[in-house]
Design a protein around this ligand. Structure first.
Ligand code: MOS
Length: 737
């Protein structure tokens, strides 16, 4: 057990967060602010015939009601209007208030702006709409069988298609996953402040302030430098804030119209219908092998839903192409447009869905072959990437299997399902593997060494919770050899040098490389500064100087030294500063396949009387390269496992197909795991630096923490009960039937 938690590895913003001092977007206090509350559609498809706003308009405190008939022209809504929109940019996603078309139930159709939040909420209830209704389709399971409704997205083939059929042993199975929502604690919010006609400041819940800035600049025809986006803290996101939702343009439009700053905050129900979600999916996966367990063929087909106004796609079948060594693989992926809002990336987007099918089917195959499921994976371990044929930059998945087996006590796993009982409960063990892309993007970081000897680092990234600033401070601490308490990492503001969007498990790799570059460049500058400015250093070369314990010291004579603080003072300036830009790992990606890997091991109890499943033990292992900040990486794995319990056992959005409305659009009936559902979670990392992707050796752990987890649970449930379930979430009634 890793009980001795690393006390000096605490989050740099931990105190702010737990004491409530941290300011999330909606917490920002802005003078003279007005509040915007959305009115939403109550039909799933059609058009607004008439919006009845008179009563709401006369409601106390109401400043304006914005809807399609009075929305000022938005350049990004009119990509072909050369006059208005010189750049030809088109806003992606719902163009809120652009016209009277209704694409889904719960679509924002008006924004009531009032001088207090309460007044806006009250008035929003008074707005009524008359509609022209059209027939709508929301039933994925019914419609996905109709090929004419599907859009082909991609196909892949290597070797012979459907080769599994010729194998000595094969399994074929269909898998079903529901719509899942991110539902972070913090709801989406935007505050827009026009600082003149051509200058805008926006506080927004975003995983990428730079991306939001660029979208807003282009959408509203502004210079990028005149748009400032601030995201100081993010209260969880899981992918939900990788793009902007209707609250963003709505706040900007409203602020312009009422000539006051406007805050738009979604409520929990609106989090379901205005923010994306993990799409619903159907998959069929078939795997064939020799009697000895060598994989001969994998066929994987998938369909997931999108909206009527955008094509959202994700890599559901991708891992089946490369996670295991198999000569014949064919996959296909299609999407089905429904009258719902557009789905979006959600932790392990694509892979989390695909791995459920792949890792369950492998378990079924192992059972049929009478081979241990881990052994089956080891037998088919891919030593090089089967699609690109490139070597992996690093891969320590076997080490994860070994650690997982040992820590969970895999030898206690009954070879025969439903043969082990404990305290009257059926006992099962299961595992599932995960994979996600690793890589390095662009990041610029500024380093500022002040006269008091403190170091400030800045980049316009945001932190949705993984602890980015904490990890960056650790990297700087190591390179600068100065105490973490004297280092500050500032983020969440586009006034800082451009940072990456936080997503795809690449922030530590991308930004860490930038921090490492800028710290090394700063050291070089400081040495040069000492040689020019400090008499005792004059005869030295940079190679003769080392920086440690907040001092520059001559390697030749350790009495020749100067503190960082004195050195900055000697320059006569307030501070020494430098910016470095770190680029993408493009050349590296030509030579190496780059991935993080995981293996989740779980033990479950299933109540034979009720079918209730309880997780008893979890070992989450992950090859995320070098672990920069052990505590926050561990927290990522814990969070992923909790999300995985939800995916496996509790989470699903239900739709009323008679109205097209989400039924359980609240946290009372959309069930995320509770504390009682979560056992102690043990984590393990090989912690081996990746020699290729970046200078720190880190890959990423955000997505692999979830990918494969639901399969581990389903496989453990099979081991406990002898019943294999193909539909998530696994419910007691499915086990009792
Ligand atoms: Mo993640 S789905 O890349 O925020």
């Amino acid at each position: 057990m890793d009980e001795n938690i690393f006390l000096n590895d605490d989050r740099v913003d931990g105190i702010e967060k737990v004491t409530g001092r941290a300011k999330y977007t909606a917490d920002q206090h802005i003078d003279n602010i007005a509040f915007g509350v959305f009115v939403t559609s109550t039909i799933a498809r059609g058009a607004i015939k008439n919006l009845l706003i008179a009563e709401a308009k006369n409601s106390p405190g109401v400043l304006d009601i914005i809807y399609y008939q009075n929305c000022p022209p938005v350049p990004g809504y009119r990509p072909h209007d050369k006059e208005l929109n010189k750049r030809g940019f088109e806003w992606q996603g719902l163009k809120v208030f652009n016209n009277n078309i209704v694409y889904h139930y719960g679509q924002p159709i008006a924004l009531v702006v009032a001088d207090t939040w309460e007044k806006a909420v009250k008035a929003a209830k008074l707005v009524k709409a008359e509609y022209i209704t059209d027939a709508f389709e929301t039933d994925f399971e019914k419609l996905r069988k109709d090929e004419s409704k599907l859009k082909k997205i991609g196909e892949y083939k290597r070797g012979e298609p459907d080769a599994y059929k010729k194998a000595e042993v094969f399994v074929e199975a269909e898998f079903f996953t529901p719509i899942e929502t991110h539902n972070p604690m913090e709801m989406h919010a935007t505050i827009a402040i026009w600082e003149g006609d051509d200058k805008l400041t926006v506080y927004d819940k975003s995983q990428g302030p730079k991306g939001t800035q660029s979208q807003l600049a282009r959408c509203f025809g502004l210079e990028e430098k005149n748009v400032r986006v601030v995201t100081e803290y993010v209260g969880g996101a899981f992918g939900a804030s990788l793009r902007s939702w209707p609250n963003v343009p709505a706040a900007v439009i409203a602020a312009k119209k009422v000539k006051r700053p406007v805050k738009v905050l979604l409520n929990r129900r609106q989090m379901f219908s205005m923010v994306g979600y993990r799409p619903q999916s159907w998959q069929k996966i078939s795997i064939g092998a020799t009697r000895e367990g060598k994989l001969m063929g994998i066929t994987h087909h998938a369909v997931s839903n999108t909206s009527r106004y955008e094509d959202y796609r994700e890599g559901i079948v991708n891992a089946s192409q490369f996670l295991y060594d198999c000569p014949n693989v064919n996959t296909s992926y299609k999407i089905l447009p429904l009258d719902l809002n557009t789905p979006t990336w959600m932790r392990g987007p694509g892979e989390a869905t695909g791995a459920f099918a792949l890792e369950c089917a492998l378990d079924e195959l192992a059972h049929k072959l009478n081979i241990d499921p881990v052994e089956l994976r080891v037998k088919n371990y891919a030593e090089m990437h089967p699609v690109s044929k490139l070597p992996w930059s690093s891969k320590f998945l076997k080490e994860c299997y070994d650690a997982g087996r040992e820590k969970i006590g895999w030898n206690k796993r009954p070879a025969i399902p439903r043969s082990l009982k404990e305290e009257g409960m059926l006992v099962g063990y299961g595992m599932g593997g995960g994979v996600f892309g690793a890589g390095r993007g662009n990041a610029a970081v500024k380093a500022i060494l002040k006269k008091d000897g403190t170091l400030t680092l800045q980049s316009a990234v945001s932190d949705m919770g993984p602890g980015t600033a904490t990890a960056m401070v650790k990297i700087a601490e190591g390179i600068m050899d100065m105490p973490a308490s004297k280092i500050r990492f500032q983020l969440g503001d586009t006034d800082f040098p451009p940072g990456p969007t936080q997503g795809g498990s690449t922030t530590t790799s991308t930004l860490g490389n930038g921090v490492s570059l800028v710290c090394n460049a700063l050291k070089k500058n400081l040495k040069e500064l000492a040689i020019t400015n400090v008499a005792s250093f004059k005869t030295l070369s940079a190679d003769d100087i080392e920086i440690k314990n907040e001092q520059l010291i001559s390697k030749k004579d350790n009495t020749v030294k100067i503190s960082l603080s004195e050195l900055v003072n000697s320059s006569g300036k307030e501070q020494v500063e430098i910016i470095q830009e770190s680029g993408r790992a493009a050349a590296e990606a030509q030579k190496y396949a780059m991935n993080s890997f995981s293996a989740h091991f779980v033990k479950v109890h299933v109540d034979p009387a009720t079918g209730a499943v309880k997780l008893k033990q979890i070992i989450a292992t992950g090859d995320g390269g070098k672990i920069i900040s052990e505590k926050t990486a561990r927290s990522q794995m814990i969070g992923g496992a909790v999300g995985g319990i939800g995916m496996a056992l509790t989470e699903e959005v239900l739709i009323d197909h008679t109205t097209g409305k989400y039924i359980n659009d609240n946290l009372g009936s959309y069930h995320v795991p509770l504390h009682t559902d979560v056992p102690h979670i043990d984590t393990w990392f090989p912690n081996k630096p990746d020699p290729v992707i970046n200078s720190t050796g880190a890959k990423g752990v955000g997505e692999i923490a979830l990918v494969g987890f639901a399969a581990a649970v389903a496989n453990a449930v099979f081991n406990a009960t002898g019943k294999r379930l193909y539909k998530l979430p696994i419910k007691p009634e499915d086990l009792m039937s």
